[in-house]
Design a protein around this ligand. Sequence first.
Ligand code: GDD
Ligand code: MG
Length: 356
Amino acid sequence: MIAVVLVGGEGTRLRPLTLDEPKPVLPIGGVPFMSLLLDRLAAAGVTRVILSCGYLPDRLRAGIGTPPPGLEVEVVVEDEPLGTAGAIRFAAAGRVDGPFLALNGDVLGDADFGALVAAHRAAGAVASIGLTPVDDPTRFGVVVHDEQGIVERFVEKPPNADGLGPAPWWVNAGAYVLEPSVLDMIPGDCMVSIEREVFPQLVGNGLICVRSEGYWRDIGTLESFLTANADAVAGRVHTRLQGSEEAVLIDPSATVSEEAVLVGPVLIAADAVVGARAALGPDVVIGPGATVAPDATIRGSVLLAGAQVAAHATVERSAIGRNALVGERASVSGSALGTDHAAGAGEALVGERRPG
Ligand code: GDD
Ligand code: MG
């Protein structure tokens, strides 16, 4: 089985973290997100992955690391964004000769891709969409369907829930199985959206869907990126980290003061340093080589590689970018600092993006 993974987006909602690092290689539980996705694809029996990208392709290549054994990864680069359908066509045309998986490259989940493929084959479908239940349909593609899983309507980002039935709403989870014939419906060399232009045309013409209740999260906003990190460490989603609700996972090469107070789930990656009386957790990831000075407090936050939090500083519900600095007694809440940026000593940041 071949999988095309869409990773061309600029990750605008995750800026400034995505200004110099594409969303798919940002760390979840200290591991590039794409590595976790490749684990899942290999486990589902996928042997070849085509990454369809356009934004920062070199950083993407560098960030993926070594794929799992038996999985071949090819990076295909668009000159200009072609939209979700255009990108699938560009990546898959000439490379597939049977049904293939197509995935949004920003979803952390548990759903069984093999089950989606099996349902697609059993139904003799043209296209099959994996679904997940949500409470707010306006940020997703809502899939109205009957009891057999036949799709009746596909509504991308409806302005409200009017006419869409009661909660929870079943939405496009960003995982499809497509027959190669779908590629013929997509015009070449222009922007085409699979959600707005292709799926509506396929309604009544072989479009089915499969529900899944497992863990599912789009990591595309600051809040969901932080939650996904916490969930991975807490073991709420099945990954190679094998975390648990109280997990305090410390890499053997990290240096953690005996006087630090750690409340799981917490992960401290390779070569990180945590000083005396620092209070970490719950829901904290300290990235590789990051340092937390004595008496600092960190909750619900992620420090990327080499970030530094100085003494008596407080960081809450925030992401601190690579080699970024939170100065002494600074307080950072609901904010994100980009690579090499700083919150000055004593400064208070609330809901800020720097650079914004
Ligand atoms: N190669 C390429 N080219 N990839 C693209 C392009 C493009 O022009 N545009 C978007 N992508 C990639 C993004 O990188 C991301 O992995 C995926 O396609 C989806 O784009 P998002 O921008 O993240 O879309 P969304 O999250 O607002 O909505 C999509 O995902 C929801 C589930 O998370 C839609 O598919 C919704 O229907 C769905 O419910
Ligand atoms: Mg998304």
